[in-house]
Design a protein around this ligand. Structure first.
Ligand SMILES: CC(C)(COP(=O)(O)OP(=O)(O)OC[C@H]1O[C@@H](n2cnc3c(N)ncnc32)[C@H](O)[C@@H]1OP(=O)(O)O)[C@@H](O)C(=O)NCCC(=O)NCCS
Length: 162
């Protein structure tokens, strides 16, 4: 059998009007995925690293987007609460892009950094990378997001940054 390392999701993403991919076209898709391989940021540490489990999957068998969003929110809150020197809440998810799927067993690293501050708000960029199959050398950027947090006081009201 001529095995082609392509996921079901990748084939399913081809529009219905397109002809069934030939082996050559499928290889092109695989090559596109391979060309997305990157290296982890060397100049900073992830705020969270975690390995998703089967319980975190969606109906397709890949990792549920809501799981990724929850981890991103937690990861972004780390530099936000450090900058706020106290409690913060998420006020907005400004952008969120799922670039590649996450699979069970991937080692997923969340890198978060403050990109803007206001009177009470802190905007954080979160970049997410997956090391495929945990011990593999393939690294892909799976998600990028920007979220805004607000420093709050003990009454849950906005608190000016110092
Ligand atoms: C966050 C919260 C305290 C803000 O209260 P508020 O009375 O609306 O406060 P303000 O209108 O003064 O806005 C506070 C800051 O948020 C920013 N903000 C408000 N809405 C925003 C939006 N959609 N996008 C980006 N920033 C926003 C404001 O610009 C302001 O920033 P600045 O002080 O740096 O200029 C309040 O909306 C809240 O409690 N929301 C629920 C939070 C929550 O439960 N999150 C989920 C769990 S963590």
């Amino acid at each position: 059998m001529n095995a082609i390392p392509i996921t079901i999701e990748t084939v399913a993403a081809v529009p219905a009007a397109m002809p069934t991919p030939t082996p050559a076209a499928a290889t092109d898709v695989v090559n596109d995925v391979v060309s997305d391989t990157v290296t982890l940021p060397l100049d900073r540490q992830p705020t969270i690293r975690i390995i998703p489990m089967p319980a975190d999957t969606n109906a397709n068998g890949t990792i549920f987007g809501g799981w990724v969003m929850a981890q991103v929110d937690l990861a972004g809150s780390v530099p936000a609460s450090e900058r706020a020197m106290g409690r913060v809440v998420t006020v907005a998810v400004n952008s969120f892009l799922f670039k590649q799927p996450v699979f069970v067993g991937d080692l997923v690293s969340f890198y978060a950094q403050v990109i803007k501050t206001g009177r009470t708000s802190i905007t954080v960029e979160v970049e997410v990378y997956a090391q495929r199959h945990r011990f593999g050398s393939e690294v892909v950027k799976v998600t990028e997001a920007v979220l805004t947090y607000v420093a709050i006081d003990e009454n849950h009201k906005p608190r000016p940054l110092v």
